[in-house]
Design a protein around this ligand. Structure first.
Ligand SMILES: [Zn+2]
Length: 904
């Protein structure tokens, strides 16, 4: 037990402890007691009496507390006026605020009839019931215009007195004391005391009291005035920000607008530079904490090849990937840099701060960044200008759905001071504004997409794809046969016609890998296409109305443009190869009839509305398609086009599927058509190879089939690879076919090359350069080795039935190689001739070097320049000439560069 003496002794011996104890436990308490909001004044003003010094200081303290509490201005002034009316023994007091409207000054009642017992609510004048005085009327007006205090013992003798208000309020004003309240030279308000209670008039002492307390009023009003001005300034800033948004309406490209907004406001930001990182929002939210991923990114995770993403995530569970950084450098030479796919060590990202902000959604205000332990800011100058990072303010950009769409980071306030609360507020409203207006995937992006979609759709309509009434008669000749339109016929009547006119699958060879379209008309191919649905036995099973099936396939044939290579023939060939892989290649064993139908349909649709130019060209020519689709530009368009046709009731072959079936076919078409983007081919190669390997571990083929049928992801990967095998299938056709088709592929490439040269004013890559057409055999060999060989080797290993494709591919490799050697020999000969300076003789010798057995056939095709020029007659250049040139965009991966030019 410690007694008082012991405690005292201890405290004496430990003064530091005593002080600490007092500081912690008492000092704050004393102060907070004094400032307690609920603490009422100690002065009793219910009865008038002379103020003691203590009471007066209590009143002063009340006023200080009011100011400190940042009460509503009127409330503070009201409290003061209550005290004043008590101290001056005034019957009532009023406050009139000075203002100007349309350049004319006036005074308006704000606090009216305040006395020591008033309630604030009774005295505060609402804007709709204020009394307004022009400056030339009444004593109030006189005070405001003379800017001097007046003490009037008898108002009836004042020339300025106006009875107006007294009449209005049924009150008799006898004497008054009024004083102007100024802010410097500016008039702010007039305060007035009316009718002295304990005397005939207000005294000199009352004037003294009023003057003394006026200082407080001044202070209160000034605080109010300043915050009002600040408010105006903020609003002005906001107006500026919003007007910057006006420019958005003129443009469609989201990022350009975002950039423009940030650029417009740069002067207000008061910092050396800022950097904006945009987060990848392509993964659309499907649940509270789940986002869909592109199938090609999802497969490796589902196959267990890639661990699930474990890096930082946004609060709502999205992976944090800055797909683009925009740097605004405002010091020295102003500069704006757009960095697509920034490296992790980009100066603005390397510190780790933007990721932290995106992860936590916090505002981070860091001073003296170089000293910061948590983030790793670059300590050395960032560039030659010697600029270093000092103070940093980083904020999340949040859209209306509260999703973090990016991070804005501001560096070094212009005056060298750390960023303060004001900056935080300003930057926060800016980032909020940006998030709401620009990067709102919900509204803006949708609008943007709608606009592009509308353009594209109009384009489609112009091309009037839909099979017309007269056109369907070329297949379903119901007029001639039944004397009526197809929609007036029974299914049996239509079937009767179809049974007659559809080709025999044996004769037409649609079940053969070596199927050749050369001898077929486009209408024949439509009929072959319809026949495939019969062979798959899906027409009756899924209740496809016959008229719809015919219209659909016919419309597909019309949806393909009449261009050199990517025309209906190519579309059909891909559908036919898919059909053959399923039927003849026995891959159907893994898939349901429904899935097979989706796959063949995907094959037929996969290049619809192709323009004869590849994805890179869409980007470089700033085609609206490139703005609509971020990746796999053309493939997404083919898919959308196909799905748009299927949305038409008269073309919807899926119309009698149930919801689940419908979802399945659309899902498979989504994957299958996007999978024809060769840029994605490299992503699925090893996964496919592993499936083939796995199949070899099964001794019993039926067990393997049963296993596979339930493996959704594996089936999707096989299907995606089948699409590639189909798309490239011309390379695995008999040489007579391949040699011709390769030339039409090349011709279309050369046409794109011509466009690049003329429209974009760029040098095309060798593959697209008709001046390098003699390189074709070499390019074909490379294409076979790098891209095709794997596909057909693996498929032949998977299903031996597919070996014919590989055999033909290898044969074609030999043929191309022979041509290549002929050409190389020629070149070598020319080189040699130059060296020996015996040009003519050597050249002749070179020509003779060509392999004798192949010489005749190859001579025709290897006369490089002549063949392509002949093909050029069927140019698609006109088709694409409308494409306007634009600055090329940066392409971030080499893979895209390499493979997009190969997309077939
Ligand atoms: Zn294709």
């Amino acid at each position: 037990m410690v007694d008082a003496a012991a405690a005292e002794q201890f405290l004496d011996a430990n003064p530091q402890f005593a002080k600490q104890y007092y500081d912690i436990n008492f000092r704050p308490k004393v102060i907070s007691d004094l400032l307690d909001n609920n603490r009422k004044t100690a002065v009793n003003i219910s009865t008038f009496h002379d103020l003691t010094m203590v009471e007066e200081s209590e009143i002063v303290f009340d006023l200080v507390r009011d100011i400190q509490d940042n009460l509503q201005m009127e409330k503070s002034v009201f409290n003061l006026m209550k005290h004043l009316s008590f101290m001056m023994r005034a019957d009532r007091m009023s406050l009139f605020m000075y203002r100007q409207r349309n350049g004319v000054a006036e005074l308006a009642t704000r606090l009216f009839n305040v006395n020591k017992d008033s309630l604030f609510e009774d005295c505060l004048v609402q804007p709709d019931s204020e009394i307004v005085y022009p400056l030339d009327i009444g004593i109030v007006g006189h005070v405001a215009s003379s800017k001097k205090m007046v003490n009037i013992p008898d108002v009836s003798e004042s020339p300025h007195y106006s009875e107006f208000v007294d009449e209005l309020t049924e009150y008799k004003t006898k004497n008054l004391l009024a004083v102007p309240i100024m802010n410097g030279k500016d008039m702010v308000a007039v305060m007035m005391a009316i009718n002295k209670l304990d005397g005939p008039r207000f005294t000199d002492k009352d004037e003294e009291i009023l003057n003394k307390y006026l200082n407080f009023v001044n202070l209160m009003l000034r605080v109010f005035h300043l915050s009002y001005l600040h408010n105006c300034e903020t609003r002005r800033g906001q107006v500026l920000l919003w007007s910057a948004s006006k420019v958005f309406e003129e443009l469609t490209d989201i990022e350009r607008q975002f950039h423009k907004a940030l650029y417009t406001v740069r002067a207000f930001l008061n910092c050396d530079r800022y950097s904006v990182g945009l987060l990848d929002m392509t993964k659309t939210k499907v649940g509270p904490h789940r986002y869909t991923q592109e199938f090609f990114d999802l497969w490796p995770v589902l196959m267990g090849e890639v661990p699930p993403y474990e890096g930082p995530k946004t609060p709502d569970g999205r992976e944090i990937i800055f797909y683009k950084v925009i740097d605004y450098i405002l010091h020295g030479k102003e500069e704006i840099k757009v960095i697509p796919g920034p490296d992790a060590d980009h100066w603005a990202l390397a510190s780790g701060l933007p990721i932290y902000v995106a992860e936590n959604g916090l505002i981070c205000n860091i001073m003296n960044a170089a000293q910061d332990d948590f983030f790793n800011f670059q300590k050395e100058p960032l560039d030659n200008s010697g600029w270093t990072i000092k103070n940093v303010l980083s904020l999340p950009i949040v859209n209306k759905k509260e999703e973090i769409v990016g991070v804005a980071t501001f560096y070094n306030r212009k005056d060298g001071k750390p960023f303060d609360e004001m900056d935080e507020t300003l930057m926060e409203s800016l980032t909020q504004f940006l998030g709401w207006s620009v990067l709102n995937p919900d509204t803006y992006d949708r609008m943007n997409k709608l606009e592009n979609r509308k353009d594209i759709f109009q384009d489609m309509v112009m091309y009037h794809v839909k099979c017309r009434k007269d056109e369907i008669q070329s297949v379903l000749n119901t007029r001639e046969r039944w004397g009526k339109e197809p929609d007036e016929c029974e299914e049996e009547e239509l079937q009767e016609i179809l049974t007659e006119i559809l080709p025999n699958s044996k004769k037409s060879e649609i079940l053969e890998f070596h199927f050749c379209d050369f001898e077929h008309s486009e209408l024949d191919l439509v009929k072959c296409g319809i026949q495939m649905y019969y062979e798959l036995k899906v027409v009756d099973k899924f209740h496809i109305p016959r008229e719809v099936l015919v219209r659909f396939i016919y419309s597909l044939s019309k949806g393909y443009r009449r261009i050199t290579y990517h025309n209906w023939r190519h579309g059909f060939n891909v559908g036919q190869t898919m059909f053959t892989l399923l039927m003849t290649g026995d891959l159907k064993r893994y898939f349901t009839d429904l899935e097979c139908m989706a796959m063949v349909t995907a094959g037929l649709c996969h290049d619809i509305d192709h323009r004869g130019t590849n994805n890179l060209y869409q980007l470089k020519s700033a085609n609206p398609l490139a703005k609509l689709h971020g990746s796999s530009i053309m493939e997404r368009h083919h898919l959308e086009f196909g799905k748009t046709l299927l949305r038409e009731e008269s073309l919807n072959i899926y119309q009698n599927l149930n919801r689940r079936q419908h979802d399945t076919v659309i899902h498979l078409m989504d994957i299958a058509i996007i999978a024809t983007d060769l840029a994605l081919y490299f992503k699925k190669r090893t996964m496919f190879q592993k499936i083939v390997d796995q199949s070899k571990t099964y001794e019993n083929w039926n067990d393997w089939t049963k296993y596979m049928m339930l493996e959704t992801t594996r089936k999707e990967i096989v299907m995606a690879m089948m699409m590639t095998a189909c798309d490239l299938s011309a390379i695995a056709k008999p040489w007579e076919i391949q040699s011709k088709v390769a030339l039409s592929v090349a011709a279309e490439f050369w046409e794109q090359g011509d466009l690049e040269r003329t429209v974009l004013e760029q040098q095309p890559i060798p593959m697209m350069d008709r001046n390098k057409s003699e390189d074709l055999p070499k390019l074909q060999c490379g294409f076979i080795d790098f891209v095709c060989a794997f596909v057909y080797k693996e498929f032949s290993r998977f299903h031996v039935e597919i070996t014919p494709m590989l055999d033909r591919l290898l044969n074609n490799r030999k043929e191309w190689n022979a041509l290549k050697e002929v050409h190389e020999a020629k070149v070598a000969a020319i080189e040699a001739a130059k060296k020996s300076k015996e040009e003519e003789t050597q050249n002749a010798a070179g020509a003779k070097q060509a392999s004798p057995e192949r010489c005749r056939t190859h001579a025709e095709r290897s006369t490089e320049v002549r063949v392509p020029r002949r093909l050029h007659v069927h140019s698609a250049a006109d088709e694409c000439a409308r494409v306007r040139p634009a600055a090329p965009r940066l392409i971030d991966t080499i893979v895209v560069n390499l493979t997009s030019s190969w997309s077939l």
